[in-house]
Design a protein around this ligand. Sequence first.
Ligand SMILES: [Zn+2]
Ligand SMILES: [Zn+2]
Length: 257
Amino acid sequence: MFVRDYHIHTKLSPCADRIFDVEKVIQIQQERGMKEIGITDHDFSYGYKAKRIEAARNAIKQCDASIPVHFGVESHMLEYRSTSLNIQLASYFDYVLMAPNHYHLRGVAPPSDFKNPKKVAIHEIYMFEAAVACPITDAVVHPFVLAPDVFRFLTKGELSAFGQEVMRNIDQKRLIYQLDLVSQRGIGIEISPKFIRYNQRHLIEFYQLCLEREVKLLIGSDAHNAKQLEDLSVLEPILDELGVQEEHLWQPKVWQW
Ligand SMILES: [Zn+2]
Ligand SMILES: [Zn+2]
């Protein structure tokens, strides 16, 4: 069993369950036998205020957890060289998860045509490159995972087929070059139950390619409620199929001063 979950939201994120607070997350994860976790609310949850970020870190400290609880954040790319979180505020967190494709949020550059798989592919790789090049990125979350609330004109089955078509249009050489950079920089690539929930199993080939290029995988539930914490278990057979061992997994760097 994989016992680390580095992508968890709490009620601080406006999109999460209102009763899902940090005490509850820690309690559930400890009971489930998790060995290490990371709280990663959206950067905008703090109104981009250092005081609110510090208060959230203190709230975690006060929980007196028996397992390490990291204090991370989920940020997102707006454009090339432009992120939602600035570098100074990024330093308040243990690690930064970078989302390349939060198209549902204001200010994020969208593909020029959501209905054209080739154009979506060109934009997805461009945003992925932007996230990899960004100095505050510690891990890239849900790359190439197409969210149903964005591609809402598609049914579940259509979304799956559309996603496959998008991946077929990604330039492999360009992708491999990026994955080699990811590996050199020690950036993690997230694998989360979301890609199964969104019916995009074809992405297994992408995760396989990550492993071939010696990229570390970050396991994250991206939970927004208590039930989604459990969803991590649906990844187990996939991680087995991919032959993922502990040494293939990304972990936050612990800085010693
Ligand atoms: Zn996200
Ligand atoms: Zn998230």
